[in-house]
Design a protein around this ligand. Structure first.
Ligand code: MN
Ligand code: MG
Length: 659
């Protein structure tokens, strides 16, 4: 069947309303007639689904419009309805990353023959192929193999090896390195012809570090580019017309470095690869995010001249590469291309979100049972806390809501440092209160009583989808990091009564507490840094008696600090955290790490260890406002003398601290 130009434009015009670049239409190969020796091929990509099938945020326990394969499916079905020749691939990271994934892994389990719900949902959409992402390994190889066994589409991965050969082609791989799909395409005059489409998959070799406990002694990994250089010629020998790389790897440096994590640009240069599906970094390509990247052309949607796409994450976008193919003797070759990432929702100027598509009912229906079970799971206890978890005093004393984040981060980073050059360095952990009143109002605090902890409570502890990082700092940088945090407080006059403690221009998420050292904050001194990290008083010292294991911290000593990607890469402009001190970048969200910690420990003890407090200033008092429920937790506060001092504005309660 040949699609007439006018019809095509009409259909595209309808869909283009959801696309980033409507101006692409004029140049779009799909908008042009295919000649008798030409054919259109539309290759659609989902990537980094992370078990998001329903448009639902299980942490906050409410429906949302920004995620879900059921929504992406609407765009997929629309493309299929209008396209003569279309394929659908997934780029990995489907098994882990939301409470539905945790429910299957930690609660229901994967027995022989069980279906994983994300695979069930993908089966309803008849994917042509997928590859493995790094998160597929998070629950171990047995869980992975049982999950992928249910897929009605091939899953390929070339650089995860069970038995390493002298060259990649002599490896035994965990899954098939590639598949060749024999399909038919319809050309511009309606004739059908065979086409051999090869699909080869890659994952960051760093899975060996990130999931060492699951993988060591069982599999090994190879460099992405070197692996491609070995296998692609074999795929050509086997008669592939078109070779598509499923690169679960981001778009980064153009220059190849052995073992690089984000290898899509040098991978695109490998001869024989015709198109490259990317992912892993949860970004959108083409988009201005990649302006100025070497060998990346955002306007044409190419990397090293090859068509490329990255379809966001959690089903936020569907990536689409349109190829115009031409018969060259007996083979098909690519003569032109465009690519785009079509979103399922848009954010309005007032930050509200508008859905651009409706869910496809058959996708929802396929996992309705598991969705309902996940809802029950997030609402039920997954562990216990031996002390109440609240943030009412998080800005004035060491606090359980911050303590538990630090404990879990340190637990994770200690494991990751094993066997590295950093093993043996002291591991500290930085965390800040996220829910601490302010503009959120007097109810906007974490408040989980002692006893059962449910997964939805973890959303309360960690609001942002940050990922874990570790930095290496000196004792001097450590102290300045804390000086930066101490800008939270106004300067206090010794001997004065009822002075206002908190600087309202200073956001609570920049009040990092560093666990693993002890220190005092001298409020009589001016702040060294301003609320945005600017130098205010370069000689000032609010941080006093900074010590590690009872000894003063040497400015030249070295420490590892567990933190998040925002802070480590310069968020808040903290000394020692400007991007140049990062020694470890983990793929896991800090929130997932807390869930894993609670599930593994069973009962957690988030009791704050009072490792920091205000320096005594005799005869001095300060006032601060917090949620009225703070009154129930006065007895939990250690190392600071707090008493009620009446009502604050707007429903807040006022308390007095005697320094
Ligand atoms: Mn991912
Ligand atoms: Mg502490």
């Amino acid at each position: 069947m040949t699609i007439r130009l006018q019809h095509t434009l009409t259909r595209r015009g309808f869909l283009a309303g959801t696309a980033a670049g409507a101006s692409l239409i004029a140049l779009h190969p799909y908008s042009a007639y295919a000649a008798a020796n030409q054919a259109h091929l539309r290759i659609m990509e989902t990537t980094d689904l992370h078990v998001h099938v329903f448009p639902y945020d299980y942490y906050s326990d409410k429906a949302i419009d920004t995620v879900g394969l059921a929504r992406t499916a609407a765009i997929i079905e629309a493309i299929r309805a209008e396209a003569t020749n279309a394929m659908l691939v997934d780029n990995g990271d489907f098994l882990q990353g939301n409470p539905m994934g945790d429910y299957i892994a930690y609660e229901r389990g994967m027995k022989e023959g069980d279906m994983h719900p994300v695979i069930t949902a993908m089966n309803t959409l008849n994917f042509d192929a997928s590859t493995l992402g790094n998160h597929e390994f998070n629950y171990g190889l047995d869980f992975l193999m049982k999950s992928v066994a249910g897929a009605n589409f091939p899953i390929v991965s070339a650089n995860v090896v069970t038995s390493m050969g002298a060259t990649p082609r002599e490896d035994a791989t965990l899954l098939k390195p590639y598949v060749i799909l024999d399909r038919e395409v319809t050309d511009g005059s309606g004739g059908t012809h065979p086409i051999r489409v090869g699909l080869i998959g890659f994952v960051p070799p760093q899975i060996m570090n990130w999931d060492r406990k699951h993988l060591e002694g069982k599999v090994q990994t190879r460099d992405i580019v070197r692996t491609a250089e070995a296998w692609v010629p074999q795929m050509l020998e086997e008669g592939c017309d078109i070779i598509v790389a499923l690169s679960h790897s981001g778009i980064g440096a153009a220059e190849h470095a052995e073992g690089m994590e984000n290898a899509s640009t040098p991978l695109a240069r490998v001869e024989g690869i015709d198109a490259i599906m990317t992912g892993h970094s949860h970004l959108v390509f083409p988009s201005p995010t990649f302006d100025g990247f070497a060998e990346v052309d955002v306007a044409s949607g190419t990397i090293s001249g090859k068509p490329a796409v990255m379809g966001g994450f959690w089903g936020s976008h569907m990536g689409l590469i349109d190829l115009l193919l031409e018969r060259d003797g007996n083979r098909w070759k690519v003569v032109s291309s465009t690519s785009e990432a079509r979103p399922i929702s848009k954010r309005n100027e007032d930050r509200s979100v508008t859905a651009l598509v409706e869910s496809v009912p058959s996708v929802l229906d396929s996992v309705q049972k598991e969705h309902d079970a996940t809802l029950a799971y997030v609402r039920q206890a997954v562990g216990k806390t031996s002390a109440p978890l609240h943030s009412y005093f998080a800005l004035v004393a060491d606090d359980p809501s911050v303590q538990i984040v630090s404990i879990a981060q340190k637990w994770y980073i200690a494991e990751m440092m094993k066997g590295t050059e950093y093993e043996g360095l002291p591991i500290l952990s930085a965390a800040a209160p996220f829910k601490a009143g302010g503009r959120g109002g007097p109810e906007y605090y974490t408040d989980v009583p002692a006893g059962d902890v449910a997964i939805k409570n973890v959303a309360d502890l960690y609001l942002y989808p940050n990922t874990i990082r570790a930095v290496k700092v000196t004792g001097a940088q450590l102290k300045d990091w804390l000086e930066r945090s101490a800008g939270m407080f106004n300067q206090v006059t010794p001997g004065g009564a009822d002075q206002v403690l908190l600087n309202p221009d200073f956001p609570s998420y920049n009040f990092d507490v560093i666990d693993g050292v002890s220190y005092e904050i001298d409020l009589s001194q001016p702040s060294k840094y301003g609320p945005k990290g600017e130098d205010l008083n370069p000689g000032a010292n609010r941080i006093v008696n900074l010590s590690y294991e009872g000894q003063p911290v040497d400015p030249a000593a070295e420490f590892v600090i567990a933190t998040n990607n925002y802070r480590a890469s310069g968020g808040g402009d903290f000394p020692g955290a400007k991007g140049d001190t990062i020694i470890f970048e983990g793929p896991d969200t800090n929130r997932d790490i807390i869930v894993r910690y609670i599930v593994e420990e069973g009962t957690i003890n988030p009791t704050a260890d009072a490792n920091w407090h205000f320096k005594a200033l005799p005869g001095t008092s300060v006032l601060f406002d917090t949620g009225p429920k703070a009154a129930e937790h006065l007895g939990d506060v250690k190392a600071v003398t707090v008493e009620p001092a009446g009502d604050g504005p707007d429903g807040f309660a006022r308390f007095r601290i005697t320094l």
